[in-house]
Design a protein around this ligand. Structure first.
Ligand code: NAI
Length: 555
């Protein structure tokens, strides 16, 4: 009987809306001190809240006051996730109003640190953990999720978290962060989103030895066992959430390319590290050429780092060059790659299938500066996760060969950048057109202020996802990513370019995402992938689909 006496009373209203303490503990419905007097009366909230009714603006001010009191990025991250767990509407309002400050906290670079510490900062489960314990009953696990019509799933197996390697189940921070950006940047409703961790184990011994680690305690599944597990997950997702787009995120190299090839023509899916990054970089390239002149097909590119990001960008650039009239062979010929073993050339060891089209006849060189002298690129990409790889020598070589060398130092987090903007401008006498993967503050050089662009995937994937779900596309294709890249570049103003910025201000992201969504949906309609009839005004329709974090009036 004592158990009965201590049970919490669960109340719901006639409409099914939870009331009283239940309502305050539902983060999707809770408004905290912003519940109005009428709502407090009608929804059994009297006495459960302090008497004063606050506006959402006042609540935002309170959140920011506390946010600014935290003195580490990780502290700020924990503060924001706690808010997301209490009051989701307010969380998104704060993110939207302080986007440039918040993206580096809820996403890269801070989310990397959060993943490394996940088991230690863990407070409350978020998203779905599908582990090896659920084999044979993954569909049942998915059915435990409380929302039935999921439209976007972001899934990781945690094996390559940013540039930080295997983080096992701790990688859950990534899908959570990505989906927060879907909502903040493209207005995808939070109830439409589902973060999933495929916990297939970890090969990082220190995690397996850590008593506070949250994942299953065994080495990673490999080979057929792994593929069967992923196949069961994909089938289960199709069964339980048939309208969902599945976005693969931070899988290790070999699995990422293989799974993309396996599923891209069967289901509505993409890999953001490969295709999203490719599109985001292609867009930067198109904008950079507005400064340097010339056509894409005339550019010669050297990629340092031939993993998912590098090859993803290369493949997207090749598709766009073919669009401009080159043959695939000619287009591959314009793109050169280096990896940890040096220049990728014909006949070399350690080549994956994805490298073969880029393995040209050439002497095998190992130094980046040496490769630049020989290949003479006008565009240099860094996607190696190796800090300071673009040394003074490397940057001076690019500056010697080009009036306006284009330098992308994409590696995340900040500590992994191949060079800082300050280094890029200094060693090219201020002539570099530069963008980085992580955010950097503006730089003064030679009496000028440069505002380095952040080549952030958040510019592309939210708009692509929004476009795909708005028209209920059955596929996400490379053509859609090229359309997205062009739409993004069209949003870069002449004033942005004068500041050296090749991406628009993040402040405009919702407007930009809506335009990208239109471009993507147009491709879906043109190619017959859209399941939803075409509205007359696509931009207006997509605008009406976008979630705005305003409080709903319950009574
Ligand atoms: P990955 O692990 O698939 O590939 C890394 C590549 O770098 C491999 O080809 C490796 O051989 C090469 N590499 C390592 N050391 C090298 C060295 N000393 N010289 C030349 N090459 C070297 O990793 P992935 O996914 O391609 O990511 C790479 C980096 O790019 C990460 O830091 C990631 O955070 C960042 N990235 C940034 C994005 C952005 O700016 N928006 C988007 C996606 C990735």
């Amino acid at each position: 009987m004592a158990g009965q006496r201590h049970r919490r009373l669960v109340r719901t209203s006639k409409t099914g809306l939870p009331v009283g303490s239940e309502l305050l503990h539902d983060p999707r419905l809770n408004k905290g001190t912003a519940f109005t007097e009428r709502e407090r009366d009608a929804l059994a909230l009297r006495g459960l809240l302090p008497p004063h009714v606050h506006t959402q603006d006042e609540q935002v001010a309170r959140v920011m006051e506390n946010f600014n009191r935290k003195d580490t990025p990780l502290g700020k991250y924990i503060h924001m996730i706690a808010l997301q767990d209490r009051n989701e509407t307010l969380f998104y309002r704060v993110i939207l109003e302080h986007l440039e400050e918040m993206v580096p906290i809820v996403y890269t670079p801070t989310v990397g640190k959060a993943c490394q510490e996940y088991g230690h900062i863990f407070r409350r489960a978020r998203g779905l953990f599908v582990s090896t314990k659920h084999r044979g009953r993954i569909a049942d696990t998915l059915r435990n999720w409380p929302y039935v019509d999921i439209r976007i799933v972001v899934v990781t197996d945690g094996e390559r978290i940013l540039g930080l390697g295997d983080q096992g189940a701790n990688g859950m921070g990534i899908p959570i962060g990505k989906l927060s950006l879907y909502t903040a940047c493209a207005g995808v409703h939070p109830a439409d989103c589902l973060p999933i961790m495929l916990d297939v184990g970890t090969d990082r011994q220190e995690l397996l030895d850590d008593p506070l680690y949250i994942g299953v305690r065994h080495k990673r599944l490999r080979g057929e066992e792994y593929d069967e597990f992923v196949a069961e997950f994909i089938d289960a997702t199709n069964e339980v959430f048939p309208r969902a787009l599945v976005q693969f995120e931070d899988f290790a190299n070999a699995n990422a390319f293989r799974l993309l090839e396996r599923y891209r023509d069967d289901i509505c899916t993409f890999n953001d590290d490969i295709q999203g990054t490719g599109s985001m970089a292609l867009s930067g390239l198109i904008s950079a050429m507005r400064i340097t002149g010339g056509k894409l097909k005339e550019q010669r590119l050297l990629f340092v780092g031939a993993g998912e990001a590098g090859i993803g960008i290369g493949n997207q650039v090749v598709s766009a060059m073919v669009d401009e009239g080159l043959t695939p062979e000619q287009a591959y010929g314009q793109c050169w790659f280096m990896d940890v073993h040096g220049l990728i050339v014909k006949g070399r060891d350690h080549l994956g299938d994805e490298h073969l089209p880029y393995a040209h006849e050439h002497e095998h060189l190992t130094g980046v500066a040496e490769a630049i002298e020989s290949i003479k690129p006008n565009i240099l990409f860094g996607a190696s996760a190796q800090p300071k790889l673009f040394s003074q020598n490397v940057l001076e070589a690019m500056a010697r060969l080009n009036e306006r060398p284009v330098i992308f130092a994409l590696s995340n987090p900040t500590s992994k950048a191949e060079c800082t903007p300050e280094e890029a401008y200094r060693w090219t006498e201020g002539r570099a057109v530069y963008a980085s993967g992580s955010p950097f503050p503006p730089v003064e050089y030679g009496g000028r202020t440069y505002v380095p662009g952040q080549a952030n995937n958040a510019y592309i994937f939210p708009g692509v996802g929004l476009g795909a779900i708005a028209c209920e596309s059955t596929r996400v294709t490379d053509e859609m990513f090229i359309a997205a890249a062009k739409a993004l570049s069209a949003e870069v103003s002449e004033d942005d370019l004068k500041l050296g910025r090749i991406y628009p201000s993040l402040k405009r992201i919702r407007e930009v995402s809506a335009r990208i969504a239109v471009a993507v949906a147009e491709v879906a309609y043109a190619r017959g992938y859209a399941r939803k009839p075409r509205p007359n005004d696509l931009l207006e329709y997509i605008g009406t689909q976008m979630y705005d974090p305003e409080y709903e009036e319950y009574v």
